[in-house]
Ligand binder design. Sequence first.
Ligand code: CMC
Length: 429
Amino acid sequence: MSETTAKLTLGDETYEFPVLSGTVGPDVIDIRSLYAKTGLFTYDPGFTSTAACDSAITYIDGDKGELLYRGYPIEQLAAKSSYIEVCYLLLYGELPSKAELADFENRVTRHTMVHEQMHYFYRGFRRDAHPMAIVTGVVGAMAAFYHDSTDISDPMQREIASIRMVAKLPTIAAMAYKYSVGQPFVYPRNDLDYASNFLHMCFAVPAEEYKVDPVVAKAMDRIFTLHADHEQNASTSTVRLSGSSDANPFACIAAGVACLWGPAHGGANEAALNMLREIGTVDRIPEFIERAKDKNDPFRLMGFGHRVYKNYDPRAAVMQESAREVLELLGVENNPTLQVAQELEKIALEDPYFVERKLYPNVDFYSGIILDAIGFPTSMFTAIFALSRTVGWIAQWKEMIGDPQKKIGRPRQLYHGATTRDYVDIAQR
Ligand code: CMC
């Protein structure tokens, strides 16, 4: 029990609430008894002041620009680890030993194929369907194909469902891409690492051999790592809220994918590259900066700003470095989009509007440039974010299911609608 308490005075009454401390980060006022004690609710749209869970997975210090997975700084993981190792870390809490990693990799690899009948499911979509529409549908449909891992009360089934999703999401996303370009689906190859296998499933064709470039595979792996988890963001909170009703894990992750699609969240990488292309040349930047500052114009600098980071997003720094490496390798270092991005960043970071509001580039500002250089169409960007984030969603979902404090999520409201009134017959209206 915490010793510090917070006092709330309402009229003549004073109520006390415990203040809880985590290992790091701001303390929280425990208001679980607020309604019972006072008959009042708190009002916090957008959850800007609300901690909705107790978690030990990811920590962000937005003022410092720090991101930790299970305590490890993202910069170290991006430089030294691999995505598959990061998946293990997020799911099980510790870095794996060599044997544990080999076993985990083997388990994931053995689940990369999807049920053959899923191929027919894809064929029901229009060819021009957005990959996120397909991925949302197919992930939800996994519950119809894998009945034997939908019982959330069985830890074994929870584990198999988790492995299945980490393993199959790249296959599902790659199939969405292949379907949109009218090429045959490419089966996963278990001799390739996670990132190389994804690239192979996206870009190989039966007519010729496709060799995965290790620099490109490394950049892909880094993109996966940087997107793997991000604390209680909108899609993760969606997964937790869906899971709080004991819905099956495939349905919960499909809900997360749907939420991620929005341009204020995962859809920003697609929107950021489209914006950079629309700007086109460095001389047009001032015009767009002015538009972003104009309150009468809905335009925002996509890939800029963040609810939590009020400093440089540490993922953007790694991503910028990766963008340079990949473009250099592919011989397109004079890429006009990268030039516009770098100049836009420079101008925005000196402009008082952005400085005062602490608006910095976020992860999405540079990721699109890399994905574009690798050969992905913009419509695939958010699907790649979704496959990377799947492990984070699953880790958070598993943590919640195992939490003895778990309750169905049920926010309350401040009601401003009509009070009780009598029904009026249609003839009298
Ligand atoms: N361009 C111009 N102005 C901005 C921007 C932007 N990108 N972002 C925020 N502002 C302004 C906003 O108009 C407001 O100004 P004022 O105080 O004068 O009204 C102030 O900054 C605070 O903005 P907010 O909308 O209250 O902040 P928020 O925390 O609710 O929104 C955000 C965060 C990420 C939705 C927002 O910054 C945004 O829309 N950015 C562009 C979309 C984007 O890049 N999203 C990706 C986020 S990172 C990846 C992910 O998590 O999915």
